[in-house]
Design a protein around this ligand. Structure first.
Ligand code: DP6
Length: 318
């Protein structure tokens, strides 16, 4: 029992997670696949002790829904550790929180890693991935180095992420609007499941796309990876748009960025786009093309280039 600090990075999915089969266990409707970024980080310190749980984010005391999620997560860790001790969680995030840059993924990956160590648990990467999943689904993937597949699984034991091989690539993140998004992924998924007439088609279509993506990664086929990435992102946004009332995450500028990505492809720079539950657009490209893609997208918002990065790790243990 003591104090531990962990660092985790966001991940961006090439095959998206949208919808849960089980909200308590956080089992996804289908598997997904992502790249962990080497840029923007969450650094979280968990110290066991004190009279009550405390959560501070970027130096400010957090209360309400965000803090409740953290305290519920600590309950899970305490259950595993057989402890009743409270804890203080100090977290610092480089990325704008809830702006569609997957801060919940790096946040819960860092929290799972730090809290497990602080409560004296010695968990494998797969076990930490399963634990992080309970905080935020996509966090299961931020435990993993470089490229991760998150197996949907049948139960708590079988739903975790693991590393896969994929060709080296860069993600060019274009921050079209760093403001908070209108509807969180958590609420948006639930709303989509409850109201979209197309939702029943989503899980089978995603499992098929995932199987094709895994084959493309194994074959080091960047073109196929790109085509599948963009198509699946559009399917996720089409699904969200088919909810009633619709969830419109992409802004006009997002579409302008997707048009620019298509123009770049037409001129021989092979790049493809994706977007999470917000207006930001993320392009993927081969390393040699990343700077040109970033320059071409910069008129739509601040851009930065990320390479495949490490899964969550304890400070001092990397
Ligand atoms: C659009 O993992 O943030 O980024 O599990 O409810 O916490 P919860 O949702 P979250 O959803 C991520 C959705 C996405 C797609 C993806 O990362 O696969």
């Amino acid at each position: 029992m003591g104090t531990a600090t962990a660092i985790a990075h966001p991940n961006i999915a090439l095959i998206k997670y949208w919808g849960k089969r089980d909200e308590t266990l956080m089992l996804p409707a289908a598997g997904s696949l992502s790249m962990t970024l080497d840029s923007v980080a969450t650094r979280t310190t968990v110290s066991v002790g004190g009279d009550s749980d405390v959560f501070q984010l970027n130096g400010e005391l957090s209360t309400g829904r965000a803090a409740d999620k953290v305290f519920k997560f600590l309950d899970l860790v305490r259950q595993l550790a057989g402890s009743d001790d409270r804890a203080t969680v100090l977290s610092h995030n480089d990325a704008p929180t809830a702006a569609g840059l997957a801060s919940s993924a790096s946040g819960f990956a860092a929290l799972a890693t730090a809290a497990a160590a602080a409560y004296g648990l010695n968990l494998s990467t797969a076990e930490l991935s399963r634990l992080a999943r309970r905080g935020s689904g996509s966090a299961a993937r931020s435990l993993i180095d470089r490229f991760a597949v998150w197996h949907a699984g049948d139960d708590d034991q079988t739903s975790f992420a693991e590393e896969i091989d994929a060709p080296d690539m860069r993600m060019i993140i274009c921050e079209i609007n760093a403001g908070p998004k209108a509807v969180s992924s958590r609420d948006g998924m639930r709303h989509t499941r409850d109201t979209s007439p197309f939702y029943p088609a989503w899980a089978p279509a995603t499992e098929k796309a995932l199987a094709e993506m895994l084959a493309a990664c194994a074959a080091q086929d960047f073109t196929k990876i790109g085509e599948l990435t963009e198509a699946h992102a559009m399917q996720m946004h089409a699904l969200a748009l088919s909810a009633v009332p619709p969830l419109r995450y992409l802004a006009p500028t997002s579409f302008a960025a997707f048009d620019r990505i298509a123009e770049l492809r037409a001129t021989g720079i092979e790049t493809y786009g994706t977007a999470d539950a917000g207006p930001n657009v993320v392009a993927i490209a081969r390393p040699k093309d990343a700077a040109a893609v970033a320059a071409a997208l910069s008129e739509f918002g601040a851009t930065h280039i990320a390479a495949p990065g490490p899964g969550a790790y304890l400070e001092g243990a990397a």
